[in-house]
Ligand binder design. Structure first.
Ligand code: ZN
Length: 395
């Protein structure tokens, strides 16, 4: 059996060579600065999801449809203003091997531990790695430290204990990593007081490659909680946000490191696929997606969604690459007036050719996103109802 640490080490190696992204997509070849489905598609998905809802929830959300549509793009607007926001919109699944990604823990805390680096900044200015995927080995739920000061400890740590320590002391209520003080860290990990330490340094490879499916679980429970409290403002905000992240999970390029074709010379393909195509062609889509359904295991559903999206990444890129060969540059781009300004964008001819070659993929993903948003809203409502028989909402 291949030990976890050697796999982790090789993953770590890949991680180090990666450039982390800040959520900006190339706009030089593409006139749209919009991200994620574009504002247009996000609004449309949230609005159409309302019509999948049954009963009083459907009635109430219909009254609030303008809010849910307008605020469908709030998470993108926060991307540059709020630290920790950008990583919630994607996951670079290819960083973790291939389907079924058996070495990628599905629970957030387990995944943080698997890809976390804890080191000490020494008074000399050097850093001493304490926990990195290469410093420990794991088997049967136990972890042995093979390097660093923790290796001197006699007993192995139970992985469960270590994860709960991490959860308690290293992850804030909002789910962000926070480093404890040197003194506290030594106490938690039972390290000698004499160990020099100026500061505890944390680096999360998980965060660097996106946490979309983990964040969806958190966003889901925030909506359940809002329903339980009957807090209208909170319900609408959480529902609009959750709709956004679910829609993002349906976009193949949100699940790959090559998110804008930047690794294959296809810069601009992100906005081309998810903004330009829906804007040009979605008025011909069939958006009758049927009623929302109760989803037994929302977390599994979110993972399944990103895996489905990821299975389409090769087609999204390969089809465009083949088409490029047939269309010279001057046929691929054109100018269009937007708000009184002439912007360079992909030509309608080229967009049509790509759209046709994708054979209904954009429409299928949009339809799936609408149904998923409706179903998850509905599921959150029913889950809240189970916990609290008399919901103050809907009135
Ligand atoms: Zn987004």
């Amino acid at each position: 059996m291949r030990s976890f640490s050697s796999l982790a080490l090789s993953l770590l190696f890949v991680f180090f060579s990666a450039t982390s992204r800040d959520g900006r997509f190339a706009t030089s070849e593409n006139a749209f600065a919009d991200e994620d489905w574009g504002f247009f598609a996000h609004q449309k998905i949230n609005r159409l999801a309302v019509f999948t809802l049954p009963g009083p929830l459907g009635g109430y959300f219909k009254k609030k449809i303008d809010y849910l549509g307008e605020h469908a793009t709030d998470p993108d607007k926060r991307r540059y203003a709020v630290p920790g926001e950008a990583k919630k919109h994607y996951i670079d699944l290819d960083r973790y091997g291939s389907f079924p990604f058996e070495h990628l823990p599905r629970h957030y805390e387990d995944a943080q531990l698997a890809f976390l680096e804890i080191s000490l900044l020494l008074p000399s200015g050097d850093t001493l790695p304490l926990v990195t995927p290469g410093t420990w080995e794991s088997e049967l739920g136990l972890m042995w430290f093979v390097q660093g000061p923790l290796a001197k400890q006699k007993r192995p740590w139970s992985k469960k204990d270590f994860t709960s320590l991490l959860k308690e002391y290293f992850i804030s209520r909002k789910g962000e990593l926070k480093a404890p003080s040197c003194r506290k860290l030594k106490k938690i990990l039972q390290l000698p007081d004499t160990l020099p330490c100026d500061k505890v340094l944390l680096r999360s490879f998980l965060d660097e490659h996106g946490i979309l499916p983990y964040h969806l679980v958190r966003a889901y429970w925030s909506l359940v909680r809002a329903f339980e409290l009957g807090d209208e403002k909170r319900i609408l905000k959480q529902a609009a946000d959750l709709g956004h992240y679910i829609a993002d999970a349906h976009v193949p390029l949100h699940t790959t490191e090559n998110y804008d074709g930047q690794l294959t010379g296809q810069e601009g393909i992100h906005a081309f696929w998810e903004s330009r195509l829906p804007e040009l062609f979605s008025d011909r889509y069939d958006f009758f997606v049927g009623p929302a359904e109760y989803i037994e295991q929302p977390a599994d559903f979110f993972w399944q969604t990103v895996f489905e999206s990821h299975s389409m990444v090769d087609s999204v890129l390969e089809i465009e690459r083949q088409l490029r060969a047939e269309y010279p540059q001057q046929q691929r781009y054109g100018y269009e007036e937007r708000g009184g300004v002439n912007l360079r964008t992909s030509s309608r001819t080229y967009a049509l050719a790509y759209h046709q070659a994708l054979n209904g993929m954009v429409e299928r993903r949009m339809r799936a996103a609408i149904r998923a948003v409706g179903s998850i809203w509905y599921t959150a409502f029913l889950d809240a109802k189970k916990k609290r028989k008399t919901l103050p909402f809907p009135p």
